[in-house]
Design a binder for this molecule. Structure first.
Ligand code: NAP
Length: 221
């Protein structure tokens, strides 16, 4: 039987490609976005708009649309990346990335906690740029802080939800050709989506709380 999946940031980029692949597999996909794209409307997903993960009201729109629908997979994909350097610091921009990339996924997961059940899985789209051990190029203060914070939240969620039978994956998609990277990168959205879905399929309570590259290798914190 197909799974019931909820994903945020579903209107473009990697999120849209994941929606398209899950729909093709016969899963029921609730695709949350701020504004739908034509490609999302054409995907066969059940589209829920007005879902800004950076605001409590936006997340409430998602919860209201879902009601008590049981959710097998919650994939927190929505995210933003800005740029700061020591010579051009922008605290407001850092705060916005923290709201979207760190508090957003946590807010969504908390709002849908009652929809999750024993055997459910939660995916958190982080980035290798949130790895402190892997940081050799500096800068990108807000993005790095926000994804490192998400990694910390993901680990706590994995520990806290283990007893409820809910597993959590902390996933770096790879370097992917999307608007976020200016279409640079060495993976297409379809390749990244397929790898990420494979990671979600392989997620268990035993390996819950791991920080993975979508190619399956574990990444350093
Ligand atoms: P993208 O093409 O820029 O897409 C970002 C998605 O997030 C869009 O759907 C966007 O919706 C949504 N979003 C942004 N802020 C939001 C908010 N406040 N509320 C709801 N939705 C919001 O980027 P992408 O590359 O697909 O990124 C997807 C995820 O992968 C992000 O979490 C990103 O950090 C992560 N990631 C990407 C790469 C890469 O190489 N591309 C690498 C590491 C991690 P709108 O259209 O409404 O803006």
């Amino acid at each position: 039987m197909g799974k019931t999946i909820v994903i945020t940031g579903a209107n473009r980029g990697i999120g849209l490609a994941m929606v398209q692949q899950w729909c093709t597999s016969g899963d029921t996909v609730f695709a949350a976005c701020r504004q739908p794209s034509q490609a999302l409307l054409d995907s066969g997903a059940k589209v829920i708009d007005g879902v800004d993960v950076g605001t409590p009201d936006g997340v409430m729109n998602l919860k209201s649309a879902l009601g008590n629908t049981p959710v097998d997979v919650l994939y927190n994909n929505a995210g933003i990346m800005c740029s700061e350097t020591v010579d051009a610091m922008d605290f407001e921009q850092i705060r916005e990335q923290f709201e979207t990339n760190t508090l957003g996924p946590l807010r969504v997961t908390m709002a849908l906690l009652e929809n999750l059940h024993e055997g459910s899985k939660v995916g958190l789209m982080t980035s290798r740029m949130g790895s402190i051990a892997d940081n050799t190029s500096g800068a990108k203060y807000g993005y790095r802080i926000s994804k490192a914070g998400l990694n910390a939240a993901g680990k706590s969620l994995a520990v806290d939800l283990h007893g409820r039978g809910i597993a959590v994956a902390i996933l770096h998609p790879g370097w992917v050709q999307t608007d976020m990277t200016g279409q640079s990168g060495n993976l297409t959205v379809d390749e990244a989506a397929s790898n990420l879905i494979a990671r979600m399929d392989a997620l268990t309570l035993e390996n819950s709380g791991t920080f993975w590259h979508s190619d399956g290798s574990a990444l350093p914190w």
